[in-house]
Design a protein around this ligand. Structure first.
Ligand code: ZN
Length: 266
């Protein structure tokens, strides 16, 4: 759920992170890029794809440890527009108990794999699905400090309204900086078009035609890079829950998102 994109704050004493490898530490302040930029080919290959060398930050909503760290994720953090919000939230789940945090992390990994195969550098805002946070403001800072060509947050919704289903893409509005203007709107439209063209229906209950201008989402408010947030669908809808809980369904979301990102970058 996007009302609750969570993130733990700066390293907190209760984080279950061993002082070992930084790349597995959820609270690491330095997100680890998943792959180096790869040139298209060694020798005479035509030319590098136009997207090669671009930087994408993927932000899988929530985290697996949030539910057991209430005090930590409920701490208020800056949310933009003079507001504060809880650091992070637990997210939603299907009626059968498949959690949003697992869905978003798996889809993000699949998107990352598709993008890195094209020579795109991917930075994830969290490195596993068992940690806490990071807080929403820290997630935004990851995109900003990476100087990302685009930042994409991935979520799924949990509406109990009858028949509610479909995806939508949120973007910051009114924009707080130039990157939240045309670039973010164009990113949101590219994502909307790509996901819709993959045959996934637009939301019947939120936004319009799969797009939702929002002023209350911290990650978008605090971004100084082109940014958008995808609510892939409604985990309380039986059909969408079945798709989200299956590897094939998650790959379908991921392929559509990756293709849309490539389209935006090109
Ligand atoms: Zn969410």
């Amino acid at each position: 759920m996007l009302l609750m994109a969570c993130q733990p704050d700066p390293p907190s004493p209760i984080q279950p992170i061993p002082p070992a490898p930084p790349e597995t530490s959820v609270s690491s302040s330095a997100p680890v890029s998943s792959a180096p930029v790869t040139p298209s080919s060694s020798s005479g290959s035509p030319s590098s794809p136009p997207v090669s060398g671009k930087v994408i930050v993927l932000d899988p909503g929530h985290n697996g440890g949030n539910g057991s760290h209430a005090a930590e994720i409920n701490k208020q953090v800056p949310a933009g527009r003079g507001q504060t919000k809880p650091c992070n939230t637990t997210g939603t789940s299907t009626n059968a108990g498949y959690p949003e945090h697992a869905f978003t992390f798996d889809v993000a990994k699949r998107v990352s794999a598709a993008l890195t195969a094209k020579g795109i550098k991917v930075v994830m805002t969290r490195q596993d699905d068992s940690g806490v946070g990071p807080c929403v403001d820290k997630r935004a800072a990851t995109g900003n400090s990476a100087n990302a060509d685009a930042v994409i947050s991935i979520h799924a919704d949990g509406s109990n309204s009858a028949g509610a289903h479909g995806f939508h893409v949120a973007y910051s509005s009114p924009p707080l900086n130039a990157q939240q203007g045309e670039p973010s709107t164009r990113l949101a439209r590219a994502l909307r078009d790509g996901i819709r063209d993959a045959g996934i229906p637009t939301s019947t209950y939120l936004g319009q035609a799969g797009l939702a201008p929002r002023a209350d989402l911290a990650g978008l408010n605090l971004s100084t890079r082109p940014a958008a947030l995808i609510e892939c669908g409604n985990m309380r809808n039986a059909d969408e829950a079945a798709a989200m809980a299956s590897p094939e369904g998650r790959q379908r979301y991921a392929s559509a998102i990756a293709a849309a990102i490539e389209s935006y970058l090109a």
